[in-house]
Design a protein around this ligand. Structure first.
Ligand SMILES: [Fe+2]
Length: 295
């Protein structure tokens, strides 16, 4: 006997309806909703693509390999989500900001929770490698008022495109990362080294897929930030070098127009002395605007 919710036998035209109806007794309504949408869209895709059995099996094997390469340090499914633009889409949906507030972008895998809090102005480049950079700006609310006591957590790749955690024993621990706190004027400033573009890990199935799609694995040079202040939404974002060769083709789609900073090359020795760096150096100015928490 067929239960009413079984919706009859499976046929090609009614495939999605039959599967969705079978889930009618799901206890979790959100799960039922998610599975309904995914089932509908997946069946629609399969009907449009009309894969051969071999093609279907190669898709299964791709997902199998994607899982098999995952371990404590390697998360290939996040990479897959990144290169499909899904990570940025989920970020956008969950971080809709009022106009005037700085935009968010992906956190990425290289944040370290226990980076040291440093005196304002510190040099976070602990091995003196690369071209010096002076980074400064203000933390503001959407009315343009400075935010005092804002916590700025910054991390960046070095001049060869590597984070300290990727080069343990080569770079000093906590190289090119630091936590700063603004004073009453909302200003921040610190010294670093100009970062370089870098590839996402491309020696696995996702890298192979990128290659097959004629895509490169690079992310344009950037600095990562988490900016937090009492009463405001936390902001997870990057700022980017607009002159980077990959600025228009970020492998993970993280670039937004509003996050392009200027990396201004300064030759002047007096300006360098004032910033406490060697000339020439890059002057990078960027103001972050935080949205107020909704009550
Ligand atoms: Fe990064």
């Amino acid at each position: 006997m067929i239960d009413e919710h079984e919706h009859g036998y499976f046929t090609e035209p009614n495939s999605a309806e039959v599967v969705v109806a079978r889930n009618k007794n799901a206890k979790d309504q959100r799960l039922a909703q998610v599975m309904e949408v995914i089932t509908r869209k997946l069946h629609e895709a399969v009907k449009e693509i009309e894969p051969t059995q071999e093609e279907w099996f190669s898709a299964i094997m791709f997902l199998t390999r994607t899982g098999q390469i995952c371990n404590e340090w390697r998360q290939e499914y996040i990479l897959l989500s990144d290169i499909l633009g899904v990570s940025m889409l989920v970020d956008a949906i969950n971080n809709r900001k009022p106009s005037g507030a700085s935009e968010s972008t992906v956190l990425g895998p290289f944040h370290v929770a226990d980076a040291p809090e440093l005196p304002m102005g510190s040099n976070i480049c602990l091995d003196q490698k690369g071209e010096p950079m002076f980074v400064h700006g203000r933390i503001l609310d959407t009315e343009g008022n400075p935010i005092a006591g804002a916590k700025i957590d910054v991390w960046q790749a070095n001049d060869e495109g590597f984070y300290d955690v990727q080069q343990k024993g080569i770079q000093p621990d906590f190289n090119l990362r630091g936590v700063f706190r603004t004073g009453a004027d909302g200003r921040y400033w610190f010294r670093g080294a100009k970062p370089k573009y870098y590839p996402i890990p491309d020696d696995g199935p996702v890298g192979k897929l990128l290659g097959a799609l004629g895509r490169h694995p690079y992310r344009p040079a950037h600095l990562h930030y988490i900016v937090e202040a009492e009463g405001f939404d936390a902001l997870t974002t990057h700022i980017f070098d607009p002159d980077d060769p990959y600025i228009h083709t970020d492998a993970v789609f993280g670039v937004k127009q509003s996050l392009l900073a200027q990396f201004r090359k300064v030759e002047d020795a007096e300006a360098a002395a004032k910033a406490d760096v060697a000339a020439p150096f890059y002057d990078v100015e960027f103001d972050f605007v935080l949205s107020r928490k909704k009550k």
